[in-house]
Design a protein around this ligand. Structure first.
Ligand code: ZN
Length: 292
């Protein structure tokens, strides 16, 4: 016991400095938008400090970076992006920031859907793809911070199991919708991967990016399609201008089914602070509008 005491007191003094040391070893991660930030936090836990450039309820397609963003990117050790043409504003920001961060593209390995000659960037809308994102992020965190590898792997395994259950849950819910009612209108074309995975058709007046405005002719064509196809419900999105969807609802008699979260989570106190909450919210909004 006598010989233990000095050891214990040494351990005690070591422990008192540990919090400060742990603080400095947290990996600094910057993501382009909020959904990637959630994935990084799920896998990184308290070993990572995650900042998202595009915040909650904000539009990643048409983002204008701030000087503060350049500072964040400059200080990042790891930069996580979606790729598939989503972040057109990012290369200039990276250059301006003088960033030396490792960059990982979370969609690596996912076969993109095509919209004309462009890739559809919204791959996270299928839960199966989200699992690929999570594996890519896990591997990037392990490479950037090997000392915490076991923790990242354990967190990823737990989270991937939750996503597997979520995917099953969405399929069970989607199956409740009668075949002839599996079609909706949403603001922009963010749900192609969701549609492919779960068998619900989406028509989107704004196209795949929010950068393009539909012409009067486009709108007339959509109204014609909605009437002809007997589309039962139209949906709003959490960051877009909803007037167009409102007008389509008014002119076709389709009901407004609520808000779908496509490209951004809500804030922490909002209804969908995480990816899992987002997917669950969306499928419930769809089934409550479409199941009779
Ligand atoms: Zn989008």
């Amino acid at each position: 016991m006598k010989r233990l005491l000095p050891v214990l007191s040494l351990l005690f003094s070591l422990c008192t400095v540990v919090p400060a040391a742990a603080e400095t070893t947290r990996l600094t991660v910057v993501t382009s938008f909020s959904i990637l930030a959630d994935f990084a936090r799920q896998v990184g836990g308290d070993k990572v400090e995650v900042t998202s450039l595009v915040g909650p309820d904000s539009d990643v397609h048409v983002y204008t970076p701030t000087p503060h963003d350049a500072k964040d990117v400059g200080a990042a050790q790891l930069l996580i992006v979606n790729g598939l043409g989503l972040e057109g504003w990012l290369p200039r920001l990276q250059q301006a920031s003088g960033s030396k961060a490792r960059i990982i593209t979370a969609t690596q390995g996912i076969a993109p859907r095509k919209r004309g000659s462009d890739a559809d960037p919204h791959a996270w809308q299928s839960v199966g793809n989200a699992m690929v994102y999570v594996k890519n992020i896990r591997d990037a965190l392990v490479a950037a911070d090997p000392t915490d590898a076991e923790m990242f792997k354990a967190n990823a395994e737990r989270y991937l199991a939750e996503l597997t259950a979520l995917d099953r849950e969405v399929r069970v819910e989607a199956d409740k919708i009668p075949a002839e009612r599996r079609k909706v209108i949403s603001t922009h074309d963010a749900f192609g991967y969701f549609a492919d995975a779960y068998g619900i058709a989406f028509i989107a007046p704004l196209g795949v990016s929010t950068e393009t405005e539909p012409s009067a002719r486009d709108v007339a064509e959509i109204i014609r399609q909605v009437k002809k196809a007997g589309i039962p419900a139209v949906f709003l999105e959490n960051f877009n201008d909803d007037r167009l969807v409102g007008r389509i609802a008014a002119e076709t008699g389709a009901k407004i089914g609520g808000t779908l979260y496509s490209d951004a989570l809500s804030g922490e106190k909002g209804p969908v602070p995480t990816y899992i909450a987002m997917v669950r919210h969306n499928i419930r909004a769809l089934t409550s509008a479409l199941v009779r």
